[in-house]
Design a binder for this molecule. Structure first.
Ligand SMILES: [Zn+2]
Length: 141
């Protein structure tokens, strides 16, 4: 069994046990992992926090908690202020960069290769680490 610290898109943190990491991936992908606080199915693994066993552990835990809270705020900020464009991200970013579309704040998915090319071409993009990347907004049904 493996225990994961999980977080939903409303920033509720909780823990859940899975038989192994594959079981977690399968269940998360099929939308079977639910936030016990709000029932959200948009759930991801929380920031990995190293185990600390020194006298500083309490301080370290409080720092980790602050980091997790800040990460949650970053994700919420992006979700509220940026348009989600999904897999069209690279194309949209390029269109705006080249003036074919009016510039606006967007976020979405792009492959490592697409991201590399955008950066090479001088398009301003910021790859987000998982902990700071908001989940896609819930689809209306
Ligand atoms: Zn929740």
């Amino acid at each position: 069994m493996i225990r994961y610290a999980l977080i939903c898109d409303e920033a509720h943190e909780f823990e859940a046990w899975f038989s192994n990491s594959q079981a977690y991936d399968d269940q998360a992908e099929r939308g079977l992992v639910e936030c016990p606080h709000c029932g959200s199915l948009s759930v991801r693994k929380a920031l990995a926090a190293p185990a600390v066993s020194t006298s500083r552990s309490r301080e370290a835990r409080s720092e980790q908690k602050k980091l997790a809270e800040m990460a949650g705020k970053v994700r919420a900020h992006i979700r509220q202020n940026f348009d989600y464009v999904g897999e069209d991200f690279a194309r949209e970013a390029r269109d705006m960069h080249e003036g074919r579309k009016e510039a606006r704040l967007i976020y979405g998915e792009s492959s490592a290769e697409e991201t590399r090319q955008l950066i090479e071409d001088g398009v301003e993009v910021t790859p987000l680490p998982d902990a700071l990347a908001p989940l896609p907004p819930k689809k209306a049904n």
